[in-house]
Design a protein around this ligand. Structure first.
Ligand code: GTA
Length: 153
């Protein structure tokens, strides 16, 4: 099972600009961490739903919902912390791409949660990528996110 994830440079396409270490340290963290990032979530998905789905891969230590830094409401991502590396890899392998609240979620290895990482980093308060969205997304539009501004232009 772990053989699928041998090449550390292929564990994740995402590079956190706020990680303070070197690329090697980042890759080592991705290889050993027991944290996953979940993206493309509905803004309406609850922590309980996340718990129900992700506990299928193993025992969960903690869930941290991603929040809009202005409204303090969920904005489409979260972190799930497991106890074991094997369960972490199973979450990436088996849960990524599955449908949660009508959306295909993306499960990515993460270098490890730190206080502050739960907040959206976009100018609007939500996620950066939502500010580039031009397609219709009911989650974002109905909550008045940045996608709404793009649509109005
Ligand atoms: N492990 O894929 C991920 C991931 N993402 C997307 C966010 N996080 C992730 N963690 C993992 N894998 O703690 C984490 C972040 C943070 C929290 C919220 O989620 O580490 P964010 O999504 O609001 O901000 O983070 P982030 O990560 O800085 O944004 P993003 O989308 O990667 O953008 C990075 C840069 O690319 C920015 O300079 C942005 O201007 C540019 N960019 C992003 N999308 C586009 C686009 N469509 N077109 C052009 N430029 C773009």
């Amino acid at each position: 099972m772990a053989s699928l994830f041998k090449d550390p440079s292929k564990l994740s396409a995402y590079r956190d600009r706020r990680f303070s270490g070197t690329q090697e340290e980042f890759e080592r963290a991705l290889q050993t961490s027991t944290t996953v990032y979940i993206g493309n979530m509905s803004f309406y998905t609850t922590e309980e739903q996340v718990y129900e789905l992700f506990s299928r891969a193993g025992e969960i230590k903690k869930i941290i919902m991603g929040l809009d830094k202005n409204t303090k409401t969920p904005c489409g991502f979260c972190f799930v912390l497991y106890y074991s590396r094997e369960d972490t890899e199973d979450a990436v392998k088996y849960i990524s791409g599955t449908i949660l609240d009508d959306r295909p979620i993306r499960v990515d290895f993460d270098w490890g949660f730190q206080e502050g990482r739960q907040w959206g980093r976009g100018r609007s308060g939500g996620q950066v990528r939502d500010e580039y969205r031009t397609d219709y997304d009911p989650d974002i539009l109905s909550l008045g996110g940045y996608g709404k501004l793009v649509q109005r232009e």
